[in-house]
Design a protein around this ligand. Structure first.
Ligand code: ATP
Ligand code: MG
Length: 415
């Protein structure tokens, strides 16, 4: 262990200016989620390892290489959650919520993946997400995407995001496609990466998601799922596209989009941006009709998405996240004034104003600091003011300064 105290690689300290943006993103998302009838769910940060290992699919990168697995002191195999859906599905089953369908859940919180850290990619990162359980209608996919779009709009980044959408079809279509893929990749096996050779056996669809350059070349010429979609699947996808078109949400059908996790079917989608370099996906999701059954629950359709808060916050304009509010500085001009300043600040804060009280230093310095924090008013208190039960109010916008009684201060119209 290094003897220097340091952050663990891939973690970050969210400083006040980061938190301001994070909160704005989360509050905006939560507000929209409520409008769409979602309720917040908070599942544990760790679960039995099976919850993730069985459901995310043994061939997914997340499970193969990225989970934080550990054995606790009681010998239980536990995993820090790498994503939110599996935990929500587990809660749905273990809390016996089947009788209450349809159900709509919103969540936000930290997730953990052992990845190579870089800008926009962390080992502890933050997601907010939505899961809509119980509807097999494509209209549920449409509403789910609409909610995501509304959130991106609200945080001021929708014009920088593109909706990429694709269908994986139902299980019958995927089985036919799988066969075609196995044939194609087997013929080119010698050109596949080691990871993809393994995927070829376990889940050939996953090869299409590979980031390996050699695999990517092969993928460009691989058979397309479109050719293997049965009528039900085609019909479903058409309905989804018609729905988002009706809402005026711009989209781009991207037949290369397959998504990293095993449990998706039919609709898959991502909102991407070119503004964040390589880490361009800000929100991703899809339909997962088989998931809950895989986990031992009753067959329950579901559709949902998750967004990376770190990435959303990076894009969000600071001005949007900063509240427009009156800021008041209390300035004790001498010892007596400083003593009294706490009481004055307390009164002003109880009226709901953001109030900064400079607790030490010379009056001149305090006035400079007041300016620096963008204060609209300074309330100056010296020995005279304390004796006379007054305060000097300086309006920074007009430069005007006047002494008023403490009684009048209680109702003074700050604006
Ligand atoms: P990627 O291809 O970038 O690894 P993913 O498919 O693994 O993404 P999802 O599991 O779909 O990502 O997670 C949804 C969103 O969460 C991503 O679109 C991204 O915004 C965010 N996200 C995922 N992993 C990280 C990470 N390690 N650091 C920061 N944000 C992340
Ligand atoms: Mg990933």
């Amino acid at each position: 262990m290094s003897n220097k105290i340091q952050r663990v690689r891939g973690t970050r300290d969210l400083l006040p200016e980061d938190s301001l943006l994070f909160r704005f993103v989360e509050e905006s998302a939560y507000e929209k989620a409520l409008l769409y009838g979602y309720g917040e769910i908070e599942t544990p940060i760790f679960e039995f390892s099976d919850v993730f290992h069985r459901t995310l699919g043994e061939t997914s990168d997340v499970v193969n290489k990225e989970t934080y697995d550990f054995t606790d002191r009681g010998g239980e195999s536990l995993t820090l959650r790498p994503e939110g859906t599996a935990g929500v599905a587990r809660a749905f089953i273990s809390e016996g919520m089947m009788q209450n369908l349809p159900l709509k859940f919103y969540y936000s919180g930290p997730m953990f993946r052992y990845e190579r850290p870089q800008k926009g990619r962390y080992r502890q990162f933050y997601q907010l997400g939505a899961e809509c359980l119980g509807y097999d209608s494509p209209l549920a996919d449409v509403e789910c995407i609409a909610m995501a779009w509304d959130i991106l709009k609200k945080i001021g980044i929708s014009t920088e995001c593109t909706l990429e959408i694709n269908t994986l079809g139902d299980s019958e279509s995927r089985a036919a496609y799988r066969e075609a893929l196995v044939k194609y990749f087997t013929a080119h096996q010698d050109q596949l990466s080691a990871d993809s050779k393994m995927r070829l056996e376990k889940n050939p669809l996953r090869i299409l998601d590979s980031k390996d350059e050699g695999d990517k070349k092969l993928n460009a010429l691989a058979p397309k799922l479109e050719q293997y979609l049965n009528e039900t699947s085609q019909h479903f996808f058409k309905k989804v596209l018609a729905g988002i078109e009706k809402l005026g949400i711009p989209y781009n059908v991207n037949s290369h989009l397959v998504r990293g996790l095993d449990y998706y079917c039919h609709t898959v989608f991502e909102f991407t941006t070119t503004k964040l370099g390589a880490q361009g996906t800000v929100l991703a999701g899809g339909r997962y009709d088989g998931l809950i059954e895989t986990m031992g629950g009753p067959k329950t359709p579901g559709v949902g998405w998750a967004a990376g808060i770190d990435r959303l916050a990076d894009l969000t304009p600071k001005e949007l996240a900063t509240k427009k509010e009156v800021i008041i500085a209390v300035v004790g001009a001498d010892d007596l004034g400083e003593e009294e300043s706490v009481k004055v600040a307390h009164e002003i804060r109880s009226r709901g104003f953001k109030t900064e009280n400079f607790l030490s230093g010379k009056m001149q310095k305090k006035m400079q600091k007041a300016n620096k924090i963008g204060a609209h008013y300074a309330l100056i208190l010296g020995g005279n003011e304390v004796t006379n039960k007054t305060v000097t109010v300086k309006n920074f916008a007009t430069g005007e300064q006047k002494e008023i009684s403490r009684a009048d201060l209680a109702t003074f119209d700050f604006k």
